[in-house]
Design a protein around this ligand. Structure first.
Ligand SMILES: *[C@@H]1O[C@H](CO)[C@@H](O)[C@H](O)[C@H]1NC(C)=O
Ligand SMILES: *[C@@H]1O[C@H](CO)[C@@H](O)[C@H](O)[C@H]1NC(C)=O
Length: 239
């Protein structure tokens, strides 16, 4: 009898593990440990074509339930020869994503919308603002609860299987720009009506959008785990 339930319990655990690349687990806005880079209007202003530099480098990804993603990257590369010659890059992209049956993920950007701002102060006096398009492939991903701080964690394995820095859930529903092509003409000089349309869409979007995730304290998470173990043991003995 007990054995049957143990077998059932193992099956449930296995099912939960197999479900770890379930698409819905990606939904939300994820950010790296620095907690300074977030997708959405604070990173890129598509109406004024402005990339906004966060306080510290980091990366952020957002995913919607209906298959859209947004990417915000801020990287600083130091120059060991001269510390005042560090280069910095900001990248914005958004588009559609697909989770494949084998657990891999493809990010397909809206090609006309991607932007890059590159600063190399010792090579060029001005930052270079340009279009950017880079299709991205992740070999796999895992969503888990970090046992140390109780936060929801997203581990992405890049195309070659190497680990990306862990990302933590910051907003759910996600904090994102509208999931439409923001620059539909393929030209950076938009017509007045297009600008107005994008602006109105932005305003509407922000009214109902993201909800900030408050990290659960580790203690609460720990007590919850103990309670869950207690409950499942009780279940086993009562049946
Ligand atoms: C997983 O599936 C995708 C899409 O079919 C494919 O491009 C990729 O090569 C596959 N990856 C592996 C590791 O089999
Ligand atoms: C480092 O770069 C700055 C800015 O270009 C320059 O003024 C300075 O002389 C450089 N220092 C060294 C040690 O090369």
């Amino acid at each position: 009898m007990i054995l049957q339930y143990l077998v059932a319990l193992v099956a449930v655990i296995a099912a939960v593990a197999a479900d770890s690349n379930d698409k819905s687990k990606l939904v939300g806005t994820w950010t790296s440990k620095s907690n300074t880079v977030f997708t959405g209007p604070g990173f890129y202003d598509p109406v004024d074509e402005l990339l906004i530099e966060p306080d510290l480098p980091g990366i952020s990804y957002s995913f919607t339930e209906d298959g859209y993603y947004e990417e915000a990257l801020y990287r600083v590369t130091s120059n060991p020869q001269n510390h005042s010659c560090a280069s910095a890059v900001l990248i914005f992209q958004h588009g559609k994503y697909t989770v494949h049956a084998n657990g891999s993920v493809t990010l397909n950007p809206f090609e006309v919308d991607g932007r890059q701002l590159l600063s190399q102060p010792c090579k060029k006096s001005h930052s270079e603002y340009s279009r950017y398009k880079q299709k991205t492939f992740f070999k796999s991903f895992e969503v888990s609860v970090n046992t140390y701080n109780g936060r929801n964690m997203l581990q992405i394995f890049q195309f070659d299987g190497s680990k990306m820095q862990p990302l933590y859930l910051a907003y759910k529903p996600p904090l994102m720009l509208p999931t439409i092509t923001l620059n539909p003409t393929g030209k950076s000089s938009q017509t007045g009506s297009t600008r107005k349309r994008v602006r109105r869409s932005l305003e509407n979007q922000y009214r109902t959008n993201a909800v900030r995730e408050v990290p659960k304290s580790f203690e609460l998470f720990w007590w919850f785990s103990i309670a869950a173990i207690g409950a499942s043991s009780a279940y086993l003995f009562l049946h």
